[in-house]
Design a protein around this ligand. Structure first.
Ligand code: DAH
Length: 345
């Protein structure tokens, strides 16, 4: 019996465990209830009474030894030390395709807008979202008592007195970047200025307190309304269907004179009438006009020598017309069921 015990000790010493299969074989043979060690315990009954205690102790040590080894092998396999497990990973295989992200629809559209304007010589400029009253309103020719300055429209960060040029606010439009550009650069200036803007609006399907605009500005000698019309006409043809119609509606902005709002034929119902165009067949996409001489003066540009046009359009609106997105809240909710639809777009 003791010889048999010795033999099994040796066997265990020599047993190599490098895979899960080998570990299972080890378990069945030395740890399991039908294994060789268990068999020896069975045989204990036949050992003469006087030796039984000593042999029993030997068998217990053997059992402990086998269990200890088993534990060591299983933890080392779990930690990935097993050579066979390691070599089961073929490092030359290509990576399995994972879930890819998609560009946000607003970014897709913004990139397209930028491409269209870059091709006709516009550069891209950027400006701060936390802005002073001067850049957001004052320099843009807003009178002190203009309703847009009111608390209901503007998020003030720091308000000293009504219309103080140093009041700090979240910009309500991207027109602040026009001022910053004209202050620092000499004409010709031909830039678009994309960015985020904020207004104190209750969030609903049709309104949001945060949205995006692309501002445009072209200042040079002899820039006329004709150039504004040509540029925007080109833009809508590039962005939308080739048969898109455009119309300029007389309007008012403090920073442009004359001013016009720009409508295009509804890209959702193609003029038949739907909720998006409120059954008119037309959708407003931008405000525009000739830069008011006062604004040029505020930036140190001589309005006798230079003229310019400007426009500002809503990125959400253009995205709505491109993709039929009907609820502004979808853009910021991060719902993957919405975002996934733009994979590969
Ligand atoms: N800033 C205007 C707005 O937020 C949009 C706009 C209108 C921008 C006319 C312009 C412009 O540059 O010329 O509603």
């Amino acid at each position: 019996m003791l010889d048999k015990v010795k033999e099994i000790y040796q066997e265990i010493e020599q047993f190599e465990v490098q895979s899960r299969e080998q570990l299972e074989q080890f378990r069945l043979r030395y740890v399991g209830r039908k294994g060789v060690v268990a068999e020896l315990f069975e045989g204990l009954k036949q050992v003469p009474q006087e030796d039984r205690r000593a042999v029993g102790q030997e068998l217990n040590s053997l059992k402990d030894f086998a269990q200890q080894r088993f534990k060591e092998y299983s933890t080392s396999l779990e930690n990935g030390d097993g050579q066979e497990e390691a070599s089961a990973v073929d490092l030359t295989l290509p990576v399995a395709p994972g879930p890819y992200g998609a560009l946000h629809p607003l970014n897709i559209v913004l990139r397209q807008v930028i491409t269209v304007f870059e091709r006709i010589g516009f550069s891209v400029a950027d400006g701060p979202e936390i802005e002073s009253d001067w850049y957001n309103f004052g320099a843009l020719n807003f009178p002190d008592n203009h309703p847009a300055r009111d608390m209901q429209d503007t998020f003030f960060v720091e308000k000293k007195s009504a219309g103080a040029p140093s009041d700090m606010l979240l910009r309500t439009h991207t027109s602040n970047v026009q001022i910053r550009l004209m202050e620092h650069r000499k004409p010709p200036i031909r830039s678009i200025m994309p960015g985020r803007v904020y207004r104190n609006e209750a969030i609903s399907a049709r309104a949001h307190c945060m949205f995006h605009q692309v501002e445009g500005l072209y200042v040079d000698r002899n820039v006329g309304f004709r150039d504004l019309k040509d540029t925007l006409y080109h833009f809508v043809k590039e962005m939308f269907a080739k048969d898109v119609k455009i119309r300029f509606r007389p309007s008012y902005f403090p920073f442009t004179e004359p001013s016009a709002e720009i409508d295009i034929s509804c890209q959702i119902c193609h003029g038949k009438g739907c909720n998006i165009c409120k059954h008119t067949g037309w959708v407003e996409i931008a405000g525009s006009g000739m830069v008011d001489p006062n604004v040029l003066k505020n930036c140190g540009i001589d309005p006798e020598e230079f003229t310019g046009f400007a426009f500002g359009m809503g990125v959400e609106r253009i995205t709505q017309l491109r993709y039929g997105v009907n609820d502004l809240r979808l853009y910021t909710e991060n719902d993957v069921r919405f975002l996934r639809q733009f994979q590969g777009a």
